[in-house]
Ligand binder design. Structure first.
Ligand code: G3P
Length: 229
């Protein structure tokens, strides 16, 4: 299976009603060949997951339990709102290892898949110790720009893939930052990843439909294995 994770961030085009429309648009491209995973704000999760037949990820959870934790994102709420998994340690919301260890445990307690984001091979190695389902390699300086990680840092991708394979071959390696088109995707897959993590290339595109179509055309045609809910 290959993966197209789409991070809605807090872009206007990825918030509220716009988030719902975008998630529906993404679902219209679902054909089983590539798993398309919207990564949405926690307040939008429930509405999106109730009508969109895709596995949805939350952008974050906090390592808290039921109780006195005003303003925190409770893993149980995220699960109940329909999330399939959660991202942690995105470059825009970095956490230390103590936080990550506790948050991964809470995610597992409630049955959420976990994607951890890493900016470097060293950080990816550390994060592999938490046994996430996915590690996303994203050089922060390329996030939101027009130069893709596939073009600017191919060795970061291939080296991360081989290092992580040795540590834990079950971890699915994804890459992101500046991914804008089919060539970026095909190169990321050639370099050994199972897919890409895209935000601005879809969420901020004038023509989202053609952006999604173009990105999906960069994936290999078919692959039968699955990540089942
Ligand atoms: O989470 C993915 C994101 O950080 C990449 O952003 O805009 O470079 O696709 P972008």
């Amino acid at each position: 299976m290959h993966y197209l994770f789409v991070n809605f961030k807090t872009y206007k085009e990825g918030t509220g009603k716009n988030a719902l429309s975008l998630a529906k648009l993404l679902a219209s491209f679902h054909d089983g060949a590539v798993q398309i995973i919207p990564v949405v704000q926690s307040v939008d999760l429930k509405e999106i997951s109730s009508v969109v037949p895709l596995n949805i990820f939350s952008q974050h959870i906090d390592p808290v339990n039921y109780g006195s934790n005003t303003g925190h994102v409770l893993p149980e709420s995220i699960k109940e709102a329909g999330a399939f998994g959660t991202v942690l340690n995105h470059a825009e919301n970095k956490k230390d290892n103590e936080f990550i260890g506790l948050a991964v445990k809470r995610a597992r307690d409630v049955g959420l898949k976990v994607m951890l984001c890493a900016e470097s091979i060293n950080r990816a190695k550390q994060l592999a110790e938490f046994n996430p389902d996915f590690i996303a390699i994203e050089p922060p300086e390329l996030i939101g720009g027009d130069v893709s990680v596939s073009n600017a840092k191919p060795e970061l991708i291939s080296d991360s893939v081989s290092v992580l394979k040795k540590i834990n071959p079950k971890i699915i390696v994804i890459t992101g930052a500046g991914i804008k088109g089919a060539v970026d995707v095909s190169k990321a897959v050639e370099l050994g990843t199972k897919g890409v993590f895209v935000a601005s290339g879809i969420v901020c595109a004038d023509n989202k439909e053609s952006a999604i179509r173009d990105l999906l055309s960069g994936f290999p045609a078919r692959d039968s294995s699955k990540l089942e809910p």
